[in-house]
Design a protein around this ligand. Sequence first.
Ligand SMILES: Nc1ncnc2c1ncn2[C@@H]1O[C@H](COP(=O)(O)OP(=O)(O)OP(=O)(O)O)[C@@H](O)[C@H]1O
Length: 314
Amino acid sequence: MNSPLVSLTNAGKSYKALDALQSVSLTLNEGEVLGLFGHNGAGKTTMMKLILGVISPSRGQVQVMGMAPDSKEAWHCRSKVGYLPENVSFYEQLTGLEVLTYFAKLKGFDKKHAIDLLEQVGITHAMKRQVKTYSKGMRQRLGLAQAFIGEPKLLLLDEPTVGLDPIATHDFYQTVDQLKSKGSSVILCSHVLPGVEQHIDRAMILSTGQLLAMGTLAELRQQAALPVAIKPSGLNGSVAQHQMLNSFISSDCDNTLMVPEQEKLAVLRELLSLEGIDDIHVESANLEQVYQHFLSKHETNIRAQQTSPAQGQS
Ligand SMILES: Nc1ncnc2c1ncn2[C@@H]1O[C@H](COP(=O)(O)OP(=O)(O)OP(=O)(O)O)[C@@H](O)[C@H]1O
């Protein structure tokens, strides 16, 4: 069996009294894409930096390609890792081509490779211009080209789609899919959830350094027990008169039924038996709804912990 590309075993990082990342365990296999989600200060960048070996864990173990990434022995693995930091910054006086050629050479690749990557991210037309003349999106594209140098085995991308227009975002996810199909593993963190879910295998949700949930979207949906939205059409009010179906009518929208997953088939059968039905739209909870669920559950737990000692005293 292949050993995982990345493994964290109860790994965490603290700065004085602050737990930037509490104990997290994770294994990431070849060709797997993990989405890392959480509000500001959740610990996403901290986890990426632990995997990069830029910082060392305060507790637990981090292994990348079988080695501690902060060890001297790990130096030769670094050329197989691509990283896009949250705020990309480059040498402003150099042209895009000069910047990328410089980074390519550091990783043992030539200028031709840099030119190909600039074409891939769509900034060939500006490659001979100084970076200081680049727009935000162009800088981000250059940052992505830098992260893609050498088709890395492991890609760590912090907010990769920030500043990208819809076409560049689409192209970016296409590149992620291609790299994945060639066996690269990717960890990407993003605040922009729509559009991410079809490109990730698993999601990890963090809040204030704590792991709230991890799994495939199907597993997270199951854990969250969020209802399925069923929208029938052509029924002209017969759902409201139906004894079994009317209890599922959404309080926000009267032509939508919010149905627990385990009752979905029974409800669909019942709807199909009704006269006049001409279409049914079924929608499971999306990543954004799953994310909101775990975050609000966590916030409710925190509030309960904060209020219970005071209640105990009164
Ligand atoms: N060098 C440091 N010294 C002290 N605290 C730090 C340091 N680096 C990070 N932190 C703290 O650790 C916590 C997690 O930070 P981190 O950068 O990992 O969050 P994040 O999830 O990436 O947030 P964002 O979405 O805002 O980028 C924050 O409270 C941050 O202030």
